[in-house]
Design a protein. Structure first.
Length: 319
């Protein structure tokens, strides 16, 4: 993800362009800190953002919208590191005196555990809570996800996803979600599974590249057996933490490891690169490769031999 700030740094709202893969979005962003709802008259579970600093000419707080631009109304709860997002379409008029938008503490805590959660306000309005890694998926699908508050069937699907996205299949989403919202729900579920897989793999490997040991926040959670293979899965034992360089080298078949966790370099590929004078830096590259990959302490998280052997077969290795 890349972000360009288009407005002044102190503007509220700020205007960004967000780039991810081949897509880009102009995003008008409002954000405040999340705090407890207030005094004894408020529910103990109620948390909120207090709307300030966006007064219109009449002095009332009011959100702006912009053509061909998505409007984000966000809260950030620093205590546990989650966002909450509100549906601006329900709050486009003057907001009155000391306005605030509410979300339940339980929704924020669920998002901390599972990556995503919903707070149904019961009037068709849906507030969402999510981890920072989900923000691009939220931007892409925010209108449709918030609109799920108008559909009981879609709410049931989202409730199942927030409990455990791994247990909600795409076939189930296709059966139960409304056609208009099916794509947004499905892509959100995939993103949550990817987040879950990445978090488990990063934790298992101590956030170090299994090939060279580097950290520096340059790591990917790579599937050992490629995700497009019918036998691939999202178990931690089908994952390995690799730095960007060694992830690419692994996918291109320049390096691999076997079921005994020994690393290998593809000598035929090295010879081909040398013939084309494309082997600059190879000696340094080879020195960084450990003879055995770093292993997770928990045996169940270590690369499964069935995945390692099948992956090497798919990539053309004869070890």
């Amino acid at each position: 993800m890349e972000i360009s700030l288009l407005s002044g740094a102190n503007a509220h709202p700020r205007l960004y362009t967000v780039f991810r893969d081949r897509e880009s979005y102009n995003v008008l962003t409002y954000i405040w800190n999340v705090t407890h709802g207030g005094g004894k008259a408020r529910p103990a579970n109620e948390y909120r953002i207090q709307i300030t600093g966006i007064a219109n000419l009449a002095g009332a707080q009011q959100f702006k919208t912009k053509k061909d631009t998505k409007t984000l109304v966000l809260g950030w709860w620093d205590d546990i590191g989650v966002f909450c997002g509100f549906d601006v379409s329900h709050h486009l008029g003057p907001l009155g005196k000391s306005p605030s938008l509410q979300i339940g503490k339980d929704a924020l805590e669920t998002a901390h555990r599972s990556g995503f959660s919903i707070h149904n306000k019961g009037n068709g309005e849906l507030a969402l809570a999510f981890q920072p890694e989900f923000v691009c998926t939220y931007i892409k699908n925010l209108e449709t996800l918030h609109d799920c508050g108008t559909s009981p069937s879609d709410l049931k699907v989202l409730s199942a996803i927030e409990n455990d996205p791994e247990q909600v299949s795409e076939a189930e989403i296709s059966r139960k979600a409304s056609k208009a919202r099916r794509y947004a729900i499905m892509t959100s579920t995939r993103a949550l599974r990817d987040m879950n897989f990445r978090a488990r793999v990063m934790t298992a490997y101590g956030r170090k590249c299994a090939i060279c040991g580097i950290q520096l926040q340059l790591l990917d959670a790579a599937h050992i057996l490629p995700v497009v293979h019918p036998d691939s899965d999202d178990e931690t034992s089908n994952g390995i933490a690799l730095c960007a360089l060694h992830h690419r080298a692994y996918d291109k078949g320049l390096i691999t490891f076997d079921a005994d966790y020994k690393t290998h370099i593809n000598s035929d590929e090295v010879a081909r690169l040398r013939e084309k004078n494309l082997d600059a830096g190879f000696d340094d590259f080879r020195k960084r490769i450990r003879p055995l990959i770093i292993l997770p302490p928990d045996r169940k998280d270590r690369p499964a031999p069935k995945h390692v052997d099948r992956a090497n077969e798919v990539r053309g290795w004869a070890l």
